[in-house]
Design a protein around this ligand. Sequence first.
Ligand code: NDP
Ligand code: 2IT
Length: 452
Amino acid sequence: MTITTPALDPALHPIFEASVRRNPHEPEFQQALHEVLDSIGPVVREHPEYLEAGIVERLVEPERQVMFRVPWVDDAGRVRVNRGYRVQFNSALGPYKGGLRFHPSVDLSIVKFLGFEQIFKNALTAQGIGGAKGGSDVDPHALSAREVERFCQSFMTELYRHLGEHTDVPAGDIGVGAREIGFLFGQYRRITNRHESGMFTGKGVEWGGANVRTQATGYGAVYFAQDMLAVDGRAVEGRTGIVSGSGNVATYVIEKLHQLGGRAITASDSSGYVVDERGIDVELLRQVKEVERRRISEYAERRPGSRFVPGGRVWEVPGQLAFPSATQNELAEADARALVAGGVEAVAEGANMPCAPGAVRVFHEAGVLFGPGKAANAGGVATSALEMSQNAARQRWSFEESEDRLRAIMLGIHQATLEASERYGRPGDYVLGANAAGFVRVADAMLAQGVI
Ligand code: NDP
Ligand code: 2IT
């Protein structure tokens, strides 16, 4: 299977150009936008009504963007100021939904690319959720636990007025895990005098959180790889997994790979990667990264037979399955060539947009199965929607029932994505399939709801 990428459709090219002119300093947003517009050419040619109703021009412009000051006091008594963001991109299918990222690299371009992708990802889940993203340029690694708490309280003191179970429902992302969600939810509850469970997802299971939400993104990415492989009778079992990252997504990619008979032999963070030929020990990884919040080299110190490679590119390690699960553009064209040389058969994006466009091209040209983040990592937000359902009904489903639902949702996403790739003329191109299938669902809702 060889997939080539044609130029943008003549009707869509001016929309892309206008957006680039209007948002000149937003390279990540332009990258995400170009990929979607590239995919939906065949859709708008079949459906001129979308163009007549200005659906695409409206879709590329967020419904609302909030930027705010986050002042807080550090342990030394010094006043510090960060910038907070929430981009509420599209609510045609449901309340705004998407994570919060705390990382020094966060800027409007990154929040917008994530919010834009979230629209189509959330549409693919078929769970009735719109698209949004937010965060701050704070570096939680550099803060004490008390500083993180004060930061979260200040952040929510401004953001709360834009949130609500029927309005906008955040969750975690890079740098926002169980600890931060606790502080953020606590401050919302205090300010509003409402224990409004459905206004945040990823909560602790004891106070309104859903079973499997913690595991869902990683598990879902492996399920997606399993479904791609199964199309021609292959399986995860017996295959080696190359995983980047060592946070929420990477940890549960590794766990599910092992449960399905595969073997994940790498994990990484911003300092380098570890290789553990026996298979990464998930408990040790969690102890080092989540409990002790240390560098990944500590894993190799404690695990005989494993080794740490400082500053290296994990993609130089050969394996049949690859799961980029750290951050955007972490896998460049040269990395893709290295993976192909190492015998990779399938790539599923646990992170959002981790593969640069040149890398995706290399995978397509080499006939490597490629699952884009919008489809492959949608299990996380899909399970967030299940958390919202449980909160609304004041119920909690068992781990088994929740995992069964996640499995069924991922199968449905794979099916819808594959069918759309066939329907719009590039069979097996899951990038086109995910963008086209997601777009049609949002576009139809926008068409029905008028020019708003
Ligand atoms: P975590 O904060 O739990 O983990 C992030 C991991 O990626 C850490 O190992 C971190 O290393 C590494 N990392 C982050 N930024 C960089 C960078 N600039 N360079 C190198 N390594 C980096 O985040 P998650 O696991 O939640 O998120 C990972 C990815 O998955 C993100 O792209 C996110 O958007 C996406 N995602 C997350 C979902 C979720 O439910 N959490 C759902 C869907 C997608 P270090 O410790 O050194 O910073
Ligand atoms: O990128 C993502 O899908 C997430 N960070 C999860 C969003 C959510 O609302 O669960």
